[in-house]
Design a protein around this ligand. Structure first.
Ligand code: ASP
Length: 322
């Protein structure tokens, strides 16, 4: 029985390796661990379209929303390692292991790395009728109404959760948080006035801020964002300790053959050179990683550095999901 199982596994590995030379012969799925319409989804759709040309087959975006974005990595960890299912994820790959006692995957050992994509600042935004005009007023308002103010996020481990957590700890106030399966649906409720405020990436907030659909109170980067020059940083408004930037990387299931990974790396690098991709990212406030970071070694090193950076901060904050 065991022998047959081992032979079967060996045959499957041989088949995948043999097919690796012709890869890809059909469409590739890029899994997004959050709902459609959110920032991760936006980055994925720009990238997937641009990777279609170098791969010669369509890259299809598939959303696997779950609070905190933990389901997508679990699915890709168990997917066939043949290059037809890949994952895009953000800083959550580095923070989830400290936030969840049992995340169901190990970001450092369960995946092959493809490369780093871009970094995206975040913005503190409020619902249209929220009374405060600026950050100073917002802080006073939150403190005065802490029993009724609500903060939206995409679940524990999401970028919006991390940013919200840092923000609340910086202002030393706790409010009720409302988790969604992505900040796409959270944004709908924010615009509709069902929740009060949120911290989310510029890749989804820029259009809403410019269109006057939400109020903006500050960016979480150390410098102002070129696409939103009128929005001051949190720090320049006197709030320290809430600086955070979100980065995206591409992953494949562990055991994906090297020739397949090489083709995916080449497709990522070609897509990142596409002027259309660059102008779209810039318009959304995202900053692409340099060409020498769009590779497996750079992603692996960055992931480890971020795990080492955020682990102690999260442990100190004492937030866990069992
Ligand atoms: N960026 C969001 C977050 O992590 C999730 C999403 O892309 O919808 O909070």
């Amino acid at each position: 029985m065991l022998k047959r199982l081992l032979l079967g596994t060996a045959a499957a590995v041989l088949a995948i390796t043999a097919n690796a030379q012709d890869y890809p012969t059909r469409s590739v799925t890029m899994m997004v661990p959050y709902a459609a319409g959110g920032p991760t989804d936006t980055v994925a759709r720009v990238l997937a379209q641009a990777m279609t040309k170098p791969l010669g087959h369509t890259v299809v975006v598939e959303n696997r929303p779950s609070a905190g974005g933990i389901l997508g990595p679990q699915v890709i960890k168990n997917a066939k390692p043949d290059g037809y299912q890949i994952l895009i994820h953000h800083i959550g790959m580095a923070t989830i292991p400290s936030l969840y006692r049992n995340p169901g995957f190990n970001p450092q050992t369960d995946f092959e790395f493809i490369g780093l994509v871009n970094e995206v600042p975040m913005t503190i935004i409020g619902k249209p009728g929220l009374p405060p005009k600026d950050l100073k007023e917002l802080l006073a308002y939150i403190k005065a109404n802490k029993d009724k103010v609500t903060l939206a996020n995409a679940g524990i481990g999401a970028a919006s959760h991390l940013c919200g957590m840092l923000f609340l700890s910086a202002i030393q106030t706790d409010v009720l948080t409302v988790p969604y399966k992505g900040t796409g649906p959270a944004m709908n409720d924010l615009v509709g006035g069902q929740v009060d405020f949120m911290c989310d990436q510029t890749t989804s907030t820029t259009g809403q801020i410019k269109g006057g659909k939400v109020k903006a109170y500050g960016v979480t980067s150390s410098k102002r964002v070129a696409s939103l020059p009128d929005i001051p940083t949190l720090e320049e408004q006197g709030l320290k300790g809430a600086e955070v930037g979100i980065w995206h990387g591409l992953y494949a299931p562990k055991g994906t053959p090297k020739p397949v990974i090489d083709k995916l790396v080449a497709a990522l690098q070609a897509a990142m050179k596409d002027p259309g991709v660059q102008s779209k990212f810039t318009e959304l406030g995202a900053v692409s990683f340099a060409a020498d970071k769009q590779n497996p070694q750079a992603l692996q090193a960055h992931l480890k550095a971020e795990i080492d950076k955020w682990g102690p901060i999260i442990k100190k904050a004492g937030v866990y999901v069992d």
